[in-house]
Design a protein around this ligand. Structure first.
Ligand SMILES: CC(C)(COP(=O)(O)OP(=O)(O)OC[C@H]1O[C@@H](n2cnc3c(N)ncnc32)[C@H](O)[C@@H]1OP(=O)(O)O)[C@@H](O)C(=O)NCCC(=O)NCCS
Length: 147
């Protein structure tokens, strides 16, 4: 399996197709939106075998000591087999010497479980609408958790 960085238009088109399978509609971006984000510093990585996208994640390097990640996903046919943990291990290996920050929805039980398992701390909540389940929960993992 290989890690690849999304760099050209073909990669972005593949990413958009992957997102359609991996994320709910309200969390999907268009090709144009991705291109705008990539120009402003978003980095997107995919885990692939010879032919298929297995998973992906995105990072934004906002401050010297902070890495924001998003777009964390495993192909629906491959979930529950340790791939999500494999992606998380990779993120921690690459960026775990900085504060890792991400947000996920309150009702995303699986992602919240994965974050807690990997020593992320619930930082704060961000209201999105009147629906109590439709709000972001923000999570941080500190470099000291590596030991
Ligand atoms: C979240 C996601 C990446 C997990 O990937 P995965 O390959 O299924 O995860 P893994 O098999 O590696 O499991 C890792 C951990 O996730 C949690 N988990 C996985 N499946 C779960 C389930 N059905 N119920 C509860 N927790 C679960 C557990 O903590 C698990 O650790 P454990 O096996 O020691 O219990 C995947 O479900 C996904 O792509 N979801 C849709 C996209 C998404 O919501 N991304 C997060 C956006 S912030």
């Amino acid at each position: 399996m290989n890690w690849n960085k999304v760099i050209n238009l073909l990669d972005v088109c593949r990413l958009v197709e992957f997102d359609k399978k991996a994320h709910p509609l309200h969390d999907q971006l268009t090709v144009d939106e991705y291109i705008t984000w990539l120009k402003s510093g978003l980095e997107v990585f995919s885990l692939t075998d010879d032919t298929h996208w297995i998973g992906s994640y995105q990072i934004i390097r906002k401050d010297e000591d902070k890495i924001y990640f998003a777009g964390f996903a495993v192909h629906p046919d491959l979930r529950g087999q340790g791939r999500g943990q494999e992606i998380m291990d990779h993120i921690i290996k690459e960026f775990g010497h900085k504060n890792l920050i991400c947000k996920t929805r309150e009702n995303n039980i699986i992602m919240k479980s994965l974050l807690i398992k990997n020593r992320f701390f619930r930082d704060h909540d961000e209201l999105v609408s009147e629906d109590p389940n439709d709000h972001w929960t923000w999570w941080t993992r500190f470099p000291s958790s590596n030991t």
